[in-house]
Design a protein around this ligand. Structure first.
Ligand code: FMN
Length: 221
């Protein structure tokens, strides 16, 4: 493909505005919390569509956009996902997880019961594509995990900014999602995002609200 360019120079904002915006974004994003108690209020498709479009703008390896998002609203499919997820999670909690892993999860109070998979109005299954098949030709994708991770971050930020709550759920392994959602073998489940509104009296683990300080997470040279 030919190398072409187009003009692009976003407006340079006054410093005061940049500073204010950076603060505002941090104030907004720090209110995001993973929740597990969803109420059953439905979500407008448009909100989910806009968030997926936002995710689709993510920087990614060679602009090959190695992702696919499956939006699940159907009650029967959600139920099926819950059954399969709980089967995997029972194995995880009963014998697959290491003692250290179970210890790390203790303050979150999670177990193999995944009721939220049926309660939440929307599940978004995010798939990473190691390669894409175009007209029967296999096209290799690059930096797939990094790209899909960034896209997922933007998706979460967009949904949070819209006023919705979420849980990033990863029943391990997740390949049952290919079967239930009829996705091809070049796609691998990355994360199952549970989306909705918080139930009345929704509680979150206190432990999860403790975030590291700027000094702990950054080095300035
Ligand atoms: C990749 C990933 C996988 C996760 N998987 C699960 C999960 O399977 N079940 C769950 O309850 N929480 C899961 N979480 C949520 C984390 O427990 C949560 O993000 C963490 O405790 C920090 O809390 P916060 O999101 O409220 O800041 C996952 C988070 C990430 C990023």
């Amino acid at each position: 493909m030919k190398f072409e360019t187009i003009k692009f120079r976003p407006k340079k904002l006054p410093l005061i505005k940049i500073s204010l915006r950076s603060k505002k974004f941090y104030e907004l994003i720090k209110k995001r919390k993973s929740i597990r108690d969803f109420d059953k209020t439905l979500i407008e498709d448009e909100i989910i569509k806009n968030a997926i479009l936002a995710a689709g703008t993510a920087p990614n390896g060679a602009n090959l956009q190695p992702w696919h998002f499956v939006v699940i609203k159907d009650k029967n499919i959600k139920k099926k996902i819950r059954i399969y997820a709980e089967k995997e999670e029972q194995k995880f909690y009963n014998y697959k997880a290491t003692q250290a892993w179970l210890e790390a999860l203790k303050p979150l109070g999670t177990d193999s019961n995944k009721y939220f998979l049926e309660d939440a109005p929307v599940l978004i299954a995010i798939f990473e594509k190691k390669f894409t098949i175009e007209e029967n030709i296999k096209v290799k994708n690059y930096y797939v995990k990094e790209s899909v991770g960034i896209a997922t971050g933007i998706l979460i930020s967009s949904l949070h900014y819209s006023g919705l709550c979420m849980l990033t759920h990863t029943p391990s392994p997740m390949n049952f999602l290919n079967k239930i959602l009829n996705r091809p073998t070049n796609e691998k489940p990355f994360v199952l995002l549970v989306v909705g509104y918080a139930k009345k009296n929704c509680k979150i683990p206190k432990f999860a609200t403790k975030k590291k300080s700027i000094d702990e997470i950054s080095t300035w040279l």
